[in-house]
Design a protein around this ligand. Structure first.
Ligand SMILES: N[C@@H](CCC(=O)N[C@@H](CS)C(=O)NCC(=O)O)C(=O)O
Length: 216
């Protein structure tokens, strides 16, 4: 399998965490989002959404391109069920999926670079207003998440084993930290972050450990 992604893309980071937790090795194919490679003809032929990540499964001519990070993680879970990234009880699985979808559908899209760029490039808001937008939606999202986690969290987002929700959480935190957001009000989230950071799988998936991360 090969993973088309970008070191700093939070959705690629999610999939890298899921792969690392399951101990699955894949070839990495960097798609430089800053150079617009996601919109190149070659990449669009693989993923017409023009987004990373894409997980290419199998060899040509029968290879299949899987897109959307949550769908890719679900695929990995079905194909390599252990270690499990979802709990076994149906209700608990729905809870974890709800956490994942909250981060992937409600939080992440609002602060995606193409949304932020539209604000400055087309709507001509100032850099300060762009930052205010970013921090507003981060605070809104993490505040809601902190409450949701009261119901499910142990050491990790759901109980004491790392899983799919943690794979969504760590990239959200990494991104928000780049914009110097404040996290003191979210002790549960900070404790989960520390638990994840202590694990080799999360360390291995970190953006700064990826081959396309510029050095220095
Ligand atoms: N819902 C998608 C979102 C994918 C996405 O937004 N990827 C970003 C990087 S994190 C991207 O490729 N952006 C390229 C662009 O905006 O042009 C997923 O979970 O895979």
């Amino acid at each position: 399998m090969s993973l088309y992604g970008y070191y700093r893309s939070s959705t690629s980071y999610r999939v890298r965490i899921a792969l690392a937790l399951k101990g699955i090795e894949v070839a990495q194919v960097p798609v430089n989002l800053l150079k617009g490679e996601q919109r190149s003809e070659d990449y669009l032929a693989i993923n017409p959404q023009g987004l990373v990540p894409t997980l290419m499964v199998g060899d040509t001519p029968t290879s299949v391109a899987l897109t959307q990070s949550l769908a890719i993680m679900e695929y990995l879970e079905e194909r390599w069920p252990t270690p499990a990234l979802l709990p076994s009880a149906p209700e608990a699985r729905a809870k974890v999926r709800s956490l994942c979808q909250f981060m992937a559908c409600e939080m992440h899209p609002l602060n995606n670079p193409r949304v932020l760029n539209y604000l400055t490039d087309r709507l001509e808001v100032t850099q300060e207003q762009r930052l205010e937008w970013y921090r507003h939606w981060v605070a809104e999202g993490f505040a809601r998440l902190e409450v949701m986690l009261a119901e499910s969290a142990g050491r990790f987002c759901h109980g004491d084993s790392p899983g799919m929700a943690d794979a969504c959480l760590m990239p959200q935190l990494y991104n928000a930290r780049r914009f110097e957001c404040e996290f003191k009000a979210y002790p549960r989230i900070l404790a989960i972050e520390a638990a994840c950071q202590s694990m080799e799988a999360f360390q291995q998936a970190h953006p700064e450990r990826q081959p396309d991360c510029p050095v220095g």
